[in-house]
Design a protein. Structure first.
Lengths: 254, 300
């Protein structure tokens, strides 16, 4: 229990990386019979059940429109499932009141395909945003931003603006912002969608490093080269259903 | 909210004020115009009210004494009334003087000499006075009526009631105008804040992604609204302060007696009221816009 507590709220423990979770802790993410039907009638997820233990690295694959983004958006409570249960870090996030959602998200790092950076702010300010928003003190912010920028290899560009960076570098800034407060889970939706293969590999390498510090990583991707190279757990979705879920899996591009 | 946060919010608000130059201009000038109109209206009704009050204070209150009251009783009564806080300029009108006043027409004068000799004058002694302030009128009338030697009191009840009605109407009118102006400017402020919010939607989406609470997102906008309101009020107050003496001077030349000098205290009070209204307008415009942030960026 003590482990869970100190991990859940970084304010009470110095941010030193996620660290291994004890084996007896239940799954980090648990979905039971989750169905999502959008108001327009589209059934984006169809009776999905799965369990992802803490510290896992999961590729979420499938053709466009399979429901990958919907799945991820449900995890950070941007969407609410029509049916079923979703438990993240032991919390029922379907019934979670709206006011608690920000606190859920402070334990999640979110990286999307289009690099959502503020163009008028420097790299350091963009990364600091993830801490500022949760009311961290200025000295904590400075130290953590420096540390995280070093981790993603961009501390020498901390004073630059997003437009002065390459696509890969911009995505690194997004990743730095996502992990600056040591999230339990890193949720990333096609983070390499706009990047060339070499840069994509570097980005995924970064995710592996983050995963090695104990953060659970879920990455939705089209990129079968990456998936087949890394041999991590692969969950394949087609038309909102899980058609394959295997460790060390591959992904044949249809 | 810690100090670091406060510094962050304030610098955010200031940066945004600078960046959204046109929006700031529109919002501030909307608030300024609305407050200027409200201020003018308030001044006009203050003026009207003071005019009515002065009219009432000019009016005489007359106490008719019981017929046959001895003249020494009358002077004692005059002393007693003069001691009242509410009155000024107490005078006694003898029955003879009253009769003379009554028949000012030379033809009637003759009638007076014929019909009313000594001892046959049916008019009672009357005591006339002015009320110090129109607010005290009712109290004074009640006090006079309570005196045993006073048979009846006349104070232009009809005119008084009409003045009261007019004041009342004026009050309701200004309230209505202020509410309407407030709603109209709130509508404009609300829409400009919506535009600013749209311009900054990326920032808001990111804030929500990294776990900002709704209040954290609102604070910079609220401070911005506060500054908009204060700035608009400042403009309105300056224009009023410069314009009022000028307009009052013109008015005084046109309709003497009507124009008034509200005095420094009243003007300061008015300025404070306008600032408060400006702040309420600016802040509520922002809050109204930001009441539902939960759907924000759903279409992402
Ligand atoms: N906000 C939405 N409203 C309505 N339909 C949506 C919405 N988002 C996604 N969909 C639909 O849901 C299905 C799954 O979409 P999505 O989760 O984005 O798939 P993927 O990320 O795998 O491409 C698609 O048919 C898509 O058109
Ligand atoms: Mg998608």
């Amino acid at each position: 229990m003590a482990v869970c507590f100190s991990r859940g709220s970084w304010l009470y423990s110095p941010p030193t990386g996620a660290g291994p979770r004890p084996f007896f802790v239940t799954a980090m993410i648990e979905l039971r019979n989750v169905t999502k039907i959008y108001p327009n009638g589209v059934r984006a997820l169809n009776n999905v059940s799965l369990s992802i233990p803490a510290g896992d690295f999961v590729f979420l694959v499938g053709p466009s429109g399979a429901g990958k983004s919907t799945f991820l958006r449900i995890l950070f409570r941007e969407e609410i499932p029509t049916e079923g249960q979703v438990v993240v870090d032991g919390k029922d996030i379907v019934r979670m009141p709206e006011g608690r959602v920000p606190y859920l998200r402070r334990n999640l790092g979110i990286v999307l395909q289009d690099f959502q950076l503020l163009k008028r702010r420097t790299v350091a300010e963009n990364v600091a945003f993830g801490l500022r928003v949760i009311g961290a003190a200025e000295n904590v912010i400075n130290a953590r931003v420096q540390e995280t920028l070093e981790q993603v290899g961009l501390s020498h560009k901390r004073r630059m603006f997003p437009d002065e960076l390459s696509g890969g570098e911009q995505q690194r800034v997004c990743i730095a912002r996502a992990v600056v407060n040591n999230p339990l889970i890193l949720i990333t939706d096609e983070p390499t969608g706009n990047l060339d293969p070499m840069i994509s590999l570097e980005i995924v390498q970064l995710f592996l490093e983050i995963n090695a510090r104990g953060t659970t990583v879920i990455m939705a991707t089209h990129n079968h080269h990456l998936v087949n190279k890394l041999r991590k757990r692969v969950i394949a979705l087609v038309e909102g259903r899980i058609i394959k879920d295997e460790p060390g899996g591959t992904y044949a591009y249809e | 909210m810690g100090f670091d946060n406060l510094v962050f919010f304030a610098s955010e608000a200031l940066t945004n004020l600078r960046r959204a130059g046109v929006m700031t201009f529109v919002t501030v000038s909307t608030i300024a115009v609305a407050l200027l109109l409200m201020g003018t209206f308030l001044l006009a009704s203050m003026n009207m009210e003071s005019f009515l009050a002065r009219l009432q204070e000019e009016a005489m209150v007359t106490a008719f004494l019981v017929p046959g009251t001895a003249s020494d009783r009358v002077s004692a009564l005059k002393m007693q009334i003069t001691a009242f806080d509410e009155v000024t300029e107490v005078t006694v009108v003898t029955p003879e003087a009253a009769a003379r006043e009554l028949f000012t027409d030379p033809a009637d004068q003759k009638l007076l000499q014929v019909g009313l000799g000594e001892g046959t004058n049916p008019l009672p002694y009357t005591i006339r006075m002015k009320v110090r302030s129109s607010h005290d009128l009712q109290a004074l009338v009640d006090k006079l009526k309570a005196l045993p030697q006073v048979e009846s009191v006349s104070y232009g009840e009809e005119a008084f009631r009409q003045f009261q009605g007019l004041s009342h109407l004026l009050w309701i009118g200004s309230l209505l105008v202020i509410v309407l102006l407030g709603l109209a400017s709130l509508f404009i402020v609300y829409n400009t804040v919506r535009l600013t919010l749209f311009m900054r939607r990326e920032e808001v989406i990111i804030m929500r992604l990294v776990g900002a609470t709704n209040w954290f997102i609102r604070w910079p906008f609220v401070i911005e609204g506060f500054l908009h309101g204060l700035l608009g009020a400042a403009v309105a107050v300056v224009v009023l302060a410069v314009g009022t003496p000028f307009i009052m001077a013109r008015l005084a030349a046109l309709v003497p007696f009507f124009a008034f000098d509200p005095g420094a205290v009243a003007l300061v009070k008015l300025s404070v009221k306008l600032c408060l209204m400006g702040v309420v307008l600016g802040v509520s415009g922002s809050l109204l816009c930001l009441r539902d942030l939960n759907a924000f960026g759903r279409e992402m």
